[in-house]
Design a protein around this ligand. Structure first.
Ligand SMILES: C[S@@+](CC[C@H](N)C(=O)[O-])C[C@H]1O[C@@H](n2cnc3c(N)ncnc32)[C@H](O)[C@@H]1O
Ligand code: SF4
Length: 381
């Protein structure tokens, strides 16, 4: 087994000591916390079953363990949002059309079926959020509570924070949610409005966050742990240090996300890369741990990772090759243990990610060289 894997590449880019503890679960999101490691904190709150699950997670991440069922189910119920962030697929409705099928969105029964199967295999963690705003679903708390009741021990979500009023906050606090992350992507309202188009004022979202934290404290809730997140872009990178400084004492963790273009279709997305995301040389020693952790489900289809958008539009050969199966006629268990997943994992273990065209593109776009981006711009223009 390799001692080191290249998912730390993104982590290297944000080597900043403002906050003490730093970790990354997939190389694309860096978590910074001021106090103890967040997972140690959760282990203390939730107990042995949580620390056991994290041990499995760490082993899977190091490619030492292939579990019989995914450790994490990433369930994208729909693609509905009240914001139109330009760096997100949702901010680009024409691209959404090419990739998703609204008629195939998941309802509560689909969700229950997924959760029930996960529960049967003691799946420990889940997120019912994808490229959407989860709390636009009026009874999202019931979705979360259902997973909690069925034994999931780590239930997480991101939110843009706009729907989180006092009533929703109270319901969320009682839902069994473990991790709640408010995506802000800006320190000033001026930048917020640029990177989160259609957003309510940053001050209002901050008020929602502080109300949530207040209710949590007054109610004596230990969970969820609360974070804020910042997707680092050319348009906001100048505010990153102020952002971290401001939030580090107010929330449990600050996360920095690595930008990846939402599709390959438009070179206009390239304007979002911050300067320090560019690599001098093409990344060749990458091994992806997501196929060892998770199954991502959207439009009833199952995928081996969260970043399947580079695979191409619906109907293309790349798209069809990357889909692992459909929950209408295949169990998650069978998808996870099937030939497609096995082959993809082997490719990662052998360091041959380039053999899969979607993985090859994912690496090229997530850890880009300027040369590659320029060549893509020429090709598209
Ligand atoms: C897709 S959103 C969905 C949840 C919720 N609507 C929110 O904004 O948090 C989840 C996170 O992905 C980030 N994101 C959106 N587009 C991205 C991209 N192209 N690359 C990396 N992160 C992206 C957002 O900034 C947000 O923090
Ligand atoms: S709020 Fe979230 S889902 Fe909505 S457009 Fe922005 S990043 Fe995308």
């Amino acid at each position: 087994m390799p001692k080191k894997f290249s998912m730390t590449l993104a982590t290297k880019k944000y080597n900043n000591n403002l906050m003490k503890n730093k970790y990354s679960t997939d190389g694309k999101v860096v978590h910074l916390s001021t106090e103890e490691d967040i997972n140690q904190k959760l282990s203390k709150i939730i107990g042995k079953k949580f620390s056991d699950y994290r041990k499995s997670w760490d082993e899977a991440n190091k490619f030492n363990l292939i579990t019989k069922f995914p450790l994490f189910l990433h369930i994208e119920l729909n693609q509905t949002c009240n914001y139109k962030c330009p760096h997100c697929i949702i901010g680009n409705p024409d691209e959404v059309e090419k990739l998703y099928n609204k008629n195939e969105n998941l309802d509560f029964n689909d969700y229950k079926k997924i959760v029930d199967e996960g529960s049967k295999y003691n799946c420990p963690s889940l997120s019912a959020q994808g490229d959407n705003e989860p709390f636009l679903i009026k009874n999202m708390e019931e979705y979360i509570y259902y997973a909690h009741k069925k034994g999931f021990i780590d239930i997480m979500t991101n939110t843009n924070g706009s729907p989180i009023n006092i009533t929703r906050s109270k319901k969320i606090l009682d839902s069994g949610l473990t991790r709640m992350r408010f995506s802000l992507d800006a320190f000033t309202d001026e930048t917020y409005k640029k990177v989160r188009v259609g957003a309510i004022d940053l001050d209002k979202v901050k008020r929602n966050i502080f109300n949530f934290l207040d209710l949590k404290e007054k109610g004596g809730y230990k969970l969820p742990i609360v974070g804020v997140s910042f997707c680092k872009l050319k348009q906001n990178e100048h505010e990153l240090d102020e952002f971290k400084n401001y939030w580090k004492d107010k929330v449990d963790l600050v996360t920095i996300q690595t930008f990846a273009p939402p599709t390959q279709n438009k070179s206009a997305y390239h304007e979002f890369y911050p300067e320090d995301q560019f690599y001098d040389d093409e990344v060749v020693d990458f091994k992806c741990n997501q196929p060892f952790q998770r199954i991502h489900i959207r439009n009833h289809e199952m995928f081996p990772c969260c970043y399947s958008l580079v695979m191409g539009d619906k109907g293309t050969e790349n798209y069809k090759n990357f889909v692992i199966g459909n929950i209408k006629n295949m169990s998650i268990y069978d998808a996870w243990n099937g030939e497609k997943m096995k082959k993809l994992r082997q490719i990662q273990l052998d360091g041959k990610f380039k053999e899969n065209p979607t993985c090859a593109m994912c690496v090229k776009y997530t850890f880009p060289t300027k040369k590659f981006i320029k060549s893509e711009e020429i090709r598209k223009n």
